[in-house]
Design a binder for this molecule. Structure first.
Ligand code: ADP
Length: 310
């Protein structure tokens, strides 16, 4: 079973308002509410691939209850650490072909709540074979919080795939105990290295050979419509994908993480892990819903992905 972690989930609300008026009343007819957060997208895609998944993280209040109900509707097993504060709403106003977002920062956790969650996480590790950790940390937790989770995974010999950015990612990578896999995009890689990273194989190979990346088994640098550049062990790969009809690319990185998790759990060969990851990413871009794939199309697109060792 794969465990997905979402430390700051949300209810994502979208308000389509054709003629949005500032400083006035705007009425909405077709509101859409979904359980959001990168880790929940990962969980949904794993479920759609027909694999066992357990969603964990931190939530609370009536918004937290809504998130759990949504997961139940999708038959996604979940075991969250409950807090007394409300989880957050994230609002997207879709107007005039634009998207204006209002993102609540969410609850502030106490140090004790952080420690109690770690204990929940430690116990859940007994029943799972792969872990994914996605997204940002809630307020109140130190930026090195994911270090402890990565360490617990290592202690139990469970691969941890970490998909986060900024300081939370840097803190883990500068630590002695490394995650098993990471999936940065070019922006996250540039943030991490403090300079604009170019997409060429030569430049990416040079960047990934830096000290900070040593000891990470899988580094999948996703390149949107250009596929991925990968370091696996001491080997480098360029992964190419076909041109497809993109409907909504939001969440494709999460779908890619889901693909990596499922393929690692099945202990597939390296090329097939990468083909799976690219295929789930592509399938997500072909659907309107974030964190949704049409799994019946998997075989077709899997065969079109090219993995070339450098
Ligand atoms: P993130 O959402 O983390 O920035 P990417 O945009 O790199 O991640 O997308 C992850 C994967 O999803 C890509 O490696 C690719 O397989 C697929 N993907 C994303 N955008 C496109 C696109 N425009 N066309 C085809 N595939 C895409």
């Amino acid at each position: 079973m794969i465990l997905t972690v979402t430390m700051n989930p949300s209810v994502d609300i979208s308000y389509p308002i054709e003629d949005f008026k500032l400083d006035d009343v705007n009425r909405v007819e077709h509101t859409r509410k979904t359980a959001g957060g990168k880790g929940l997208n990962v969980a949904r895609v794993i479920k759609q691939m027909g694999e066992d998944v357990l969603a964990t993280g931190v939530l609370g209040g009536t918004i937290g209850d809504y998130i759990v109900r949504e997961l139940m509707k999708s038959e996604i097993a979940n075991h969250f650490f409950k807090i007394n504060q409300e989880s957050r709403n994230c609002i997207a106003i879709l107007h005039d072909g634009k998207q204006t977002e209002i993102l609540e920062s969410g609850p502030t956790l106490t140090v004790e709540e952080g420690a109690a969650f770690l204990e929940t996480f430690r116990l859940l590790l007994s029943d799972v074979s792969v872990v994914t950790i996605s997204g940002s940390l809630p307020k109140g937790l130190e930026s090195d919080f994911y270090r402890a989770m990565v360490e617990l995974g290592r202690e139990k010999g469970i691969p941890v795939i970490l998909d986060t950015s900024g300081e939370a990612l840097r803190q883990v990578l500068t630590h002695r105990v490394k995650p098993f896999a990471i999936k940065p995009n070019l922006t996250e890689l540039s943030q991490l290295t403090g300079r604009e990273v170019e997409q060429s194989a030569a430049s990416l190979q040079q960047v990934l050979s830096a000290e900070i990346f040593q000891g990470i088994e899988w580094i999948v640098v996703s390149l949107g419509g250009d596929g991925a550049f990968v370091k696996q062990g001491a080997d480098y790969f360029r992964v190419k994908i076909p041109a497809i009809n993109v409907v909504n690319p939001v969440g494709s990185g999460d779908a890619t993480v889901a693909g990596i998790a499922v393929a690692l759990d099945k202990e597939l060969p390296v090329a097939d892990v990468l083909k799976t990851a690219m295929t789930t990413g592509m399938l997500n871009t072909m659907e309107a819903g974030t964190g949704h794939i049409e799994y019946s199309k998997f075989e077709h697109f899997f065969k079109l992905v090219e993995v070339k060792k450098i």
